[in-house]
Ligand binder design. Structure first.
Ligand code: ZN
Length: 71
């Protein structure tokens, strides 16, 4: 699908800039919650959830199985 092939690199770029792919907010300003030793769950105001790796200082989309079960 052409649309998706264009969107995915843009989302990758936004995340590499530390920005939410949905709303463009700075993820460093979003709420961070500890998740294991080396990672933090990041809750954007637009309800998207990211995973922040402290070792390589990179954001990525959180996987469904990584989310707290009570959410
Ligand atoms: Zn957002």
């Amino acid at each position: 699908m052409l649309f998706k092939t264009l969107i995915a690199p843009l989302q990758q770029w936004l995340m590499s800039q530390g920005k939410c792919v949905g709303c463009g907010r700075e993820l460093s300003a979003a709420e961070h919650k500890k998740h294991g030793k080396n990672e933090e769950l990041v809750y954007c105001q637009c309800k998207r959830i990211y995973m922040f790796s402290k070792s390589n200082k990179a954001y990525r989309r959180a996987l469904i199985e990584e989310l707290p079960k009570n959410a």
